[in-house]
Design a protein around this ligand. Structure first.
Ligand code: SME
Length: 147
């Protein structure tokens, strides 16, 4: 786990305003994570996942629950580490440069409220250690959302 990054994440999330904190968090993750082309949030609103704070190219604003990597991760409350997105049924290609993707559900009181989504132009980009780092980030974000 990247302890320095986690410490920076905690500092950024100490900002009281949740939206401002998450905006800065995406900027931190984007600048500190090598070989990614998109990082951001989708949040559950009225039966859909709606785009939240992010860094990267313009992305789709609404995702149906159960669709694509994000919708599937959200529906099943399951981390998805997809080494080749082109092999994932129903993958939604927001940026054609993306080849692998890590999606982590955000839960509050065991209810899914959104996802953290990270895309990479490399295949098989996200190794176990990094998966653990982003899991920790998602845990802190979930705590912030619950507060
Ligand atoms: N690829 C995602 C869509 C979101 S973008 O990558 C920003 C998916 O299949 O759910």
């Amino acid at each position: 786990m990247n302890k320095l990054l986690i410490e920076q994440v905690r500092q950024i999330l100490s900002e009281e305003d949740k939206l401002a904190a998450l905006c800065n968090l995406t900027a931190l993750l984007y600048s500190e994570t090598p070989n990614i082309n998109w990082v951001g949030f989708y949040f559950h609103k009225k039966g859909k996942l709606i785009l939240g704070p992010f860094q990267g190219k313009v992305a789709c604003t609404q995702i149906d629950i159960g669709k694509g990597v994000c919708g599937t991760s959200f529906q099943n409350k399951l981390l998805l580490n997809v080494s080749d997105v082109h092999e994932f049924p129903g993958h939604i290609a927001c940026d054609s440069a993306s080849n692998s993707e890590l999606v982590i559900p955000l839960t509050v009181n065991n209810v899914a409220v959104g996802v953290l989504d990270i895309d990479s132009p490399l295949f098989n980009r996200f190794e176990l250690e990094e998966e653990e780092t982003f899991l920790e980030v998602a845990k802190f974000v979930s705590e912030k959302l619950a507060a």
